[in-house]
Write a protein that binds this ligand. Sequence first.
Ligand SMILES: *[C@@H]1O[C@H](CO)[C@@H](O)[C@H](O)[C@H]1NC(C)=O
Ligand SMILES: *[C@@H]1O[C@H](CO)[C@@H](O)[C@H](O)[C@H]1NC(C)=O
Ligand SMILES: *[C@@H]1O[C@H](CO)[C@@H](O)[C@H](O)[C@H]1NC(C)=O
Ligand SMILES: *[C@@H]1O[C@H](CO)[C@@H](O)[C@H](O)[C@H]1NC(C)=O
Ligand SMILES: *[C@@H]1O[C@H](CO)[C@@H](O)[C@H](O)[C@H]1NC(C)=O
Length: 416
Amino acid sequence: MTIATRSGKGALCALAFLGFGIAAPTPNSPEAAENGVLIGPSGVEVLPSFRNKFPAADFNRPVTEPYWQTEIIGKADDSVKKTLDAMANASFIAFEPEFYQVLGISDYSQEKEVEPIFEFPPGPTWANRVVHDGSVYAPECNCLFVAELHPPKKGFSMQFLPWVWRTSLNGSTPVTEKVYPNPPLTIANGAHYFNGSVYWAQEGNYTTPGGIVRMNPITLQTEVVLNNFMGHRFNSPNDVVITKSGVAYFTDGYYGFANFNDTIKPELANGVYRWDMAAGRVRMVAGAGTGLFINPNGVALDATDDILYVTARGFTSADADGNRNIYKFSRSDEQGMLSPPQLLTYADAGFPDGVKVDANGRIYGGVAGAVDVWSKDGTLLGKIKVMADDTAVNMAWVGKWLYIFGRSRIYRVLLT
Ligand SMILES: *[C@@H]1O[C@H](CO)[C@@H](O)[C@H](O)[C@H]1NC(C)=O
Ligand SMILES: *[C@@H]1O[C@H](CO)[C@@H](O)[C@H](O)[C@H]1NC(C)=O
Ligand SMILES: *[C@@H]1O[C@H](CO)[C@@H](O)[C@H](O)[C@H]1NC(C)=O
Ligand SMILES: *[C@@H]1O[C@H](CO)[C@@H](O)[C@H](O)[C@H]1NC(C)=O
Ligand SMILES: *[C@@H]1O[C@H](CO)[C@@H](O)[C@H](O)[C@H]1NC(C)=O
């Protein structure tokens, strides 16, 4: 997660102004074409000419800032600033024609709405960040759950909060409210729906070891189902995904200790664990021991359960030389080991926190300012943007709707 101060904008009524697309500049205006960016009513297409040669003599961008916030150093043509503004205000940025298939529009000149449906109340003044993660849909309640992370007390970093947020899709408009799992989760993060239950990866705290917790999506009754590796505490489990046959993969990192100051000093290396839930077998399948991960984070499976994606971060997301990767592994039920990793992508802004895969095998990652969409081979197709002051953290599919959970808001967009 990037470390940014949350801007305390509160008013829910602001959400009435849906679609934060730019105010209809003329599509394909000559000035737009000149800088290598095609500007439509709600999105832009960035052409190879812009991508290859940034239209300013001198420029720079820190790794946590999005593309459109590239700093122009010294003098530059006014039109460059306008182009970056258009990118900043767009609801999508296309790099490849295939992105229009994802969005279900013909090209940049068609509108596409990314709809903010909820704004979270601001966190306490002492919280240097508020994060919403672990988005998961459960059909039993026709609802989504997302965890909240911030310190409830001054002087603490991230400590246990007794609630998660639930978005009910039962009515004509989504209704989001706090609900209270019982017993409470201890710093819940990623989650996955499996066989009638929601499985949360929880980081744990000083007094409650982290692990995996099963929650009934209707009663919100919880039960710890995994809390150790041979008597070792996990460091702070971050995300979990489960195959149709009941094999879970979850990530374990130093987030709780090093970033959030909410767990005791870890006894284990960070890594990705495979947990055969019925057999009770837990083993590390990719980890710091292999040199691959400092902090693994999001996990996702493709529709066939044959491919596992794992996102990775450095010590912090602001480390210029840190990991901001998504790795791809092949897996099977018979073979406990994963294939050697392939680097699918290195993100350009922040790091991919949550990761999800669509029915066609495309990969979606929550990064600073947007959800990035990559083809199976790791080509960046485009960015589905969140609002200017927001960071996309995680996503959940409900049919063809992609629900995007940002630090400050929930959005949805209908894809194909
Ligand atoms: C784009 O956003 C900036 C603020 O970020 C605003 O000043 C400007 O008017 C917007 N431009 C358009 C075309 O909407
Ligand atoms: C949505 O409706 C279903 C069926 O009536 C019900 O079981 C479920 O509890 C409802 N979900 C929520 C979040 O109220
Ligand atoms: C740890 O989490 C538990 C809930 O599982 C909570 O009751 C307890 O107060 C937390 N401990 C600390 C030190 O915050
Ligand atoms: C799903 O849950 C039921 C109990 O509700 C259990 O009998 C069954 O074995 C579970 N299936 C899997 C694949 O774990
Ligand atoms: C870490 O948490 C403990 C409470 O468990 C607190 O006493 C200490 O001040 C915290 N340290 C930092 C650096 O926030």
